[in-house]
Write a protein that binds this ligand. Structure first.
Ligand SMILES: [Zn+2]
Length: 291
């Protein structure tokens, strides 16, 4: 066989291989419902029909070209997912500024309408993964976050909530967290010179009840949270400090306090979804400080 002939044969074989491969990939392209069903199969908890984990845009029959996981499907995340060709966005928090994504409360709001239109025009599917990502064992958000915080080795009896850290001042703990979150707008309430080691993690917006009840334990000095209305746990700590109790609060901000859990979600999905690309897209901390 001449050299040019054998080269031609290689070209033909490669082209055939590519055609076969692309047919194979196309045949396997799952629908959103198929992806969600694989997710359900890999959770340790039962699926509850009473849930916010539903489609917020697009529908279950649409083909999935790739998955983006994120803390919150904001416009920047949607644009980035579209650019990357990832049309299923798995978001931990709501898309439309309401826990149930009920858009009726906003009437004809131009921001809501433009976001809905963008999702539709670009054939995006937005699905929320909140309740069951927390309910599965281990809680996926906590698993990602404690790895980022490097808290795992300090867990109290394997708990995802309680930790015995090396003793340091409250100020140093705040500075350490600020560094870990790239100088984010972390806020601290309590006596900055107080030595602390016993910490409870109450991530996200779990509410003042859960935050304060964790502080009622004698062996908890600091609660690290995502967010809370400023007149609740914040003022509880201010009074506790004034009354001589050794209690403190660190507010990371909701996005900071859960985002790494959705980064871990992408890794988790890759363990049982291998036929489409999966990527984490950070939503980031929305706050900035003028200094
Ligand atoms: Zn959460």
């Amino acid at each position: 066989m001449k050299k040019s002939e054998s080269y031609n044969n290689v070209l033909v074989a490669s082209a055939l291989m590519l055609i076969l491969l692309s047919c194979g990939i196309r045949a396997q392209t799952p629908t959103a419902d198929e992806v969600i069903s694989r997710i359900k199969d890999n959770l340790t908890c039962d699926w509850s029909e009473e849930t916010v984990d539903t489609y917020k845009g697009g529908n279950g029959d649409m083909k999935v070209t790739g998955i983006a996981t994120t803390f919150l499907a904001n416009m920047d995340v949607l644009k980035s997912a579209k650019e990357k060709g990832l049309n299923l966005i798995i978001t931990h928090e709501p898309t439309f500024y309401d826990h149930r994504d009920n858009t009726d409360r906003y009437g004809d709001d131009p921001i809501v309408k433009a976001k809905q239109q963008y999702i539709k025009d670009n054939n995006l599917i937005v699905w929320r993964f909140h309740d069951h990502w927390h309910r599965t064992s281990p809680d996926g958000i906590y698993k990602g976050m404690t790895a980022k915080l490097e808290f795992d080795q300090y867990s109290r009896d394997g708990s995802q909530i309680y930790y015995d850290l090396p003793t340091m001042t409250l100020k140093d703990l705040g500075l350490k967290l600020e560094k870990q979150f790239h100088q984010s707008t972390i806020r601290v309430v309590g006596d900055l010179d107080m030595e602390v080691s016993q910490v409870a993690l109450v991530l996200g917006a779990a509410g003042a009840n859960r935050q304060i009840s964790s502080l009622q334990h004698d062996d908890v000095e600091v609660v690290i949270v995502g967010e809370v209305p400023e007149w609740e746990t914040v003022e509880y700590i201010r009074d506790a400090t004034s009354l001589g109790h050794k209690k403190a609060l660190i507010m990371l901000g909701h996005a900071n306090s859960e985002e790494a859990g959705m980064q871990y979600c992408a890794e988790w999905l890759k363990t049982f979804i291998q036929d489409i690309p999966i990527e984490f897209i950070p939503a980031g901390d929305p706050f900035w400080s003028p200094n």
